[in-house]
Design a protein around this ligand. Structure first.
Ligand code: MD3
Ligand code: FE
Length: 213
């Protein structure tokens, strides 16, 4: 039965060794998470960052926590301060840290305490090209991702850039935990289709919790 017919179903679906989709795990926290995103964006606005090659990303980003992920002409890096304005990134709300820790534990990764949260905002037409996340100091820690708003198709690749990706729909409230042998898997997000969600309108948000430092 295709899972997209029952987005409210709360199931744990292994995608690969080390990667688990926790369907609907964040549903109860969704409104609190969206209020937290609004507070983060009030202090550190969403912006389309520039790739090292000089193109603007279609996904708008901001960060919370001790470290925030940025890209610019100078490359990819984690910084303690928001390059827009020079202040520290806004604090990671405790409820965010707690949710990420519970999701990681549910997937088998005990005592995950993130120090960075990258907040991605997708408008219709935005996408994320396949990539690896390897700018974090501790690759033994998992990454926890939370999807909110309009559903998207996640592209789950293999260990090599050329491997043909699996297409996994990610709905409002879904949480995915990636660690261990799945930590360096290539992944991306297909172009967001026009949609309408009661809590986010046409937008999709994705939170990725990381141990960056
Ligand atoms: C698999 N974000 O921010 S979350 C990213 O939906 C990113 O915005 C996507 O890829 C999004 O880097 C996908 C899922 C995700 C995040 C990190 C991973 C999958 C991952 C790290 C390793 C393996
Ligand atoms: Fe990624």
């Amino acid at each position: 039965m295709p899972p997209e017919l029952f987005p409210e179903t709360r199931v744990a679906l292994p995608l690969d060794p080390g990667a688990v989709l926790l369907g609907g795990f964040a549903l109860d926290a969704a409104e609190e998470l969206l209020a937290g995103i609004a507070a983060i964006a009030a202090a550190a606005p969403f912006r389309r960052m520039e790739t090292p090659g000089g193109r603007a990303m279609s996904v708008a980003m901001t960060n919370a926590g001790a470290a925030g992920w940025t890209t610019s002409r100078r490359g990819y890096r984690y910084t303690a301060a928001d390059p827009l304005g020079g202040l520290p990134w806004p604090p990671l709300p405790l409820a965010f840290v707690a949710l990420a820790g519970r999701a990681a534990a549910r997937a088998g990764f005990a005592s995950f305490v993130p120090d960075a949260c990258l907040v991605n905002r997708y408008e219709p037409g935005a996408r994320m090209a396949p990539h690896q996340d390897r700018d974090e100091a501790d690759l033994a820690a998992p990454i926890v991702s939370v999807s909110l708003g309009v559903a998207a198709v996640f592209l789950w690749g293999g260990q090599a850039r050329g491997d043909r990706p699996r297409r996994v729909p990610l709905h409002h409230g879904d949480v995915v935990v990636w660690g261990g042998p799945a930590r360096l898997t290539f992944h991306g997000v297909d172009t967001l289709k026009p949609g309408d969600h009661p809590l986010t309108g046409p937008l999709r948000y994705n939170l990725t919790f990381r141990k960056a430092l």
